[in-house]
Design a protein. Structure first.
Length: 371
């Protein structure tokens, strides 16, 4: 195993992979992944959409900053487009007028439309469900696997190594370096990048570092078959502004989620049947597509600290311990910019100008902030 590493990244999901892909340009590194393959948990279970009006201000800034990467990735990064346009329709039932007004006030390039116009984007929407709707024409589907694999290939092309089946058994600071013990061997480097997703606080505890208050939250997804004779692949993403359900065409079927955020312990998540049934019932109240069976379901974890912003930066009390956690449900859409930002901060460089121009405040994502 390498003994002259500059840094060790813990976690090969989208956060660790995107940061490592930039760091490997001028640092010798290894990425440690506890599962048999990268992206096994949240990254591999994301029905990701590029949504620049989704999330707190820090997330929106990072999402906007990353758009140019999605539209024109580096040569050789991907064999097909990373994103494909798919507008989003937010429908506003009577009891969600307040949430609708708040979303309109806080968003950019969001257009209020009639229910009739919304039905042109999603024809199965029931006329009686909502008073009005909002259209975000800037959104798009993201090819998560293509994006993630592009980062992983870049790590390896630049001389980095990704080691799977390497959960961290122990890590401790000794003689100016972090000593990490895993079933795949021992590793040593002066800098640790904690990109362990839902297990981020657990990694900190094993290192003797103060946790950030990370809370994994489960989200369930149902795969609904296309009704006979209905071709909905060109329809928009649709959901209520209160975030109690949403639906998205994908792979010839419809993904339907109850949009829950149920606090759980870090684990290999699966869909909750009762929650899924409740979400499908809400979907059927709004959409004229009866759900008589499912082609499948899954669950994933979205991990948040209390203020909803990610945590990115060096720990003030633990030398060489860098945090990169708490992306919530926004890790895919923020990964190009957040990975670049993390790499710059690890190297103690300035915030990239294209990110700074979007109004990101580092104090909003700094470790140890009041949350």
């Amino acid at each position: 195993m390498p003994t002259d590493l500059d840094l060790i990244v813990i976690g090969a999901g989208i956060a660790g992979a995107s940061a490592a892909a930039r760091l490997a340009e001028n640092r010798k590194l290894v990425v440690l992944e506890m599962e048999e393959r990268p992206g096994y948990h949240s990254t591999g279970r994301s029905a990701a959409t590029y949504e620049p009006n989704y999330g707190p201000p820090s997330i929106r800034a990072l999402t906007r900053a990353g758009r140019s990467f999605f539209e024109a990735p580096p040569d050789g990064f991907a064999s097909a487009p990373l994103i494909s346009p798919r507008p989003t329709i937010f429908v506003v039932p009577d009891h969600q007028e307040e949430q609708g007004a708040a979303l309109m006030k806080s968003s950019t390039d969001l257009e209020e439309i009639s229910v009739a116009e919304a039905r042109r984007h999603f024809p199965a929407l029931k006329e009686s469900y909502a008073r009005h709707a909002m259209l975000d024409a800037s959104t798009a589907d993201i090819d998560v696997d293509l994006l993630h694999q592009g980062f992983l290939r870049r790590i390896k092309a630049l001389g980095g190594e990704v080691v799977c089946r390497a959960p961290v058994d122990s890590l401790a600071r000794q003689d100016g370096a972090w000593q990490v013990t895993t079933p795949a061997g021992k590793f040593s480097a002066p800098i640790i990048v904690n990109a362990a997703g839902a297990w981020g606080d657990e990694i900190a505890r094993r290192a003797g570092v103060r946790p950030q208050g990370l809370q994994p939250k489960r989200r369930s997804m149902a795969v609904v078959p296309a009704p006979e004779g209905m071709n909905f692949m060109g329809w928009s993403f649709v959901g209520d502004v209160g975030e109690t359900w949403y639906a998205k065409p994908s792979g010839g079927r419809l993904l339907v989620s109850p949009a829950e955020a149920e606090p759980v312990e870090p684990h290999d998540a699966f869909a909750d049947d009762l929650t899924l049934a409740e979400g499908i019932a809400r979907f059927e109240e709004a959409i004229d597509i009866p759900v008589t069976r499912l082609d499948g379901s899954w669950g994933g974890l979205r991990s948040f600290v209390p203020d909803g912003n990610p945590v990115c930066g060096y720990d003030a009390e633990a030398e060489g311990f860098f945090w990169l956690i708490g992306q919530g449900g926004y890790g895919i859409q923020t990964s190009p910019a957040l990975g670049d930002l993390a790499a710059s901060l690890v190297r103690q460089e300035a915030v990239p100008a294209y990110i700074e121009r979007e109004g990101l405040e580092l104090s909003d994502i700094a470790p140890g902030r009041p949350i």
